[in-house]
Design a protein around this ligand. Sequence first.
Ligand code: ATP
Length: 480
Amino acid sequence: MATDSWAEAVDKQEAALDSVRLNLRNTVHSLLSFSWMLGWILFSKRHFLYLVVSEDVGAQSLLNKLIRNNLVNTTNQVEVLQKDPNSPLYSVKSFEELRLKPQLLQGVYGMGFNRPSKIQETALPMMLAEPPQNLIAQSQSGTGKTAAFVLAMLSHVDPNNKYPQCLCVSPTYELALQTGKVIEQMGKYYPEVKLVYAIRGNKLQRGMKLQEQIVIGTPGTMLDWCSKFKFIDPKKIKVFVLDEADVMIATQGHQDQSIRIQRMLPKNCQMLLFSATFEESVWNFAQRIVPDPNIIKLKREEETLDTIKQYYVLCNSKEEKFQALSNIYGAITIAQAMIFCHTRKTAGWLAGELSREGHQVALLSGEMQVEQRAAVIERFRDGKEKVLVTTNVCARGIDVEQVSVVINFDLPIDKDGNPDNETYLHRIGRTGRFGKRGLAINMVDSKMSMNILYRIQEHFNKKIEKLDTDDLDEIEKIAS
Ligand SMILES: Nc1ncnc2c1ncn2[C@@H]1O[C@H](COP(=O)(O)OP(=O)(O)OP(=O)(O)O)[C@@H](O)[C@H]1O
């Protein structure tokens, strides 16, 4: 996705001090690392920015997970590259075909899964095969990767053996907890299998040996537990999962720590790696972690503007834009809307104005901690708030499929002031034939933004109709 670095710069200037304070708090949990970090900032500003950015990638991934409550549908075919091209390729259309333990099948159905997702159809037979097969799988967030490897881990452990048999590393503490939740849900009817979190803050007594069969955590703590503290005997591990590889490599040190863990595992340990994207750096890392891999890739469904009705509203100021918005809200029923602003200052102002008018507004803002942002998204997803006001920087990468009305209070532009077409498409686009009809309203308040709008229109070759928000009848028509 294009980098809205100009807005990012504006926001950074607006709250540079805040940002330093909060990013420190978010990223560094102990006093020790706090002082290390402080030294690091003084040492290299460039590295500090890198760390802030990498933390954002992890946050984005978490927020995406939270905003979604079901599977992303896709019509694209899975591409498979087998380690041994002569071995038959199995794919399943039902969970029964996998001959899962009854407790696990019950867990799967208990989660409301009726049939395997596209990626699960091919990945599950490979992961559950005997002898175990290694796998690198890439598909966009929400396509069922986590559920797949959780099922594989639960299938492979022997609950009679009271020691760790599966390790799963996640790039952040929050992502590890999310995966843990899935293990708990899916293993609900298999209580003999126990789980423990290798995350900072989970302090164990020196000399102890873990009895839990599955360990999930972040690479640093996992490595310490395997090598320094020896809570885990890496030689007894049967399955090693590396989740969110693209997020993992964005954080300094995680890559090396993951490789060091992998090197301690036995040769016959099954290695599984998952990623939402697959740039070259991810691919290079994946190959170092997973020897002789089978590879599964699922292309992302193309977004289109075909099912979207697009309008623009002419205004002279932000106050007029707000008035236009009020008129729209007065005329049509909007179940849930997402409103994008260029800076967090405008977003804050707009959220205030809307809530003064009695709207239930959620504000997603850059200075919030990840947990706060997650809570806002969860409330919005659960329908507790009807309007989500955000900046692009904050919402970058977040999929908002279920929101049918998107309002660009400010049009997306890049750092040079050119239209950011990619962001426009991602904000309002819908995927293929699964896309519901959507409505996009663009607020235009200057000659410059009119010009941006024309260029967006030209780029997509799709007309953006003018809407007169003083004419109630006209507004009502757009909802029909
Ligand atoms: N076979 C299935 N049938 C129905 N729902 C499913 C199935 N598999 C997974 N889901 C649900 O779909 C959503 C996305 O699945 P999952 O989290 O496994 O995807 P993912 O590819 O790992 O995404 P992310 O990278 O964001 O973690 C979850 O709510 C999950 O419970």
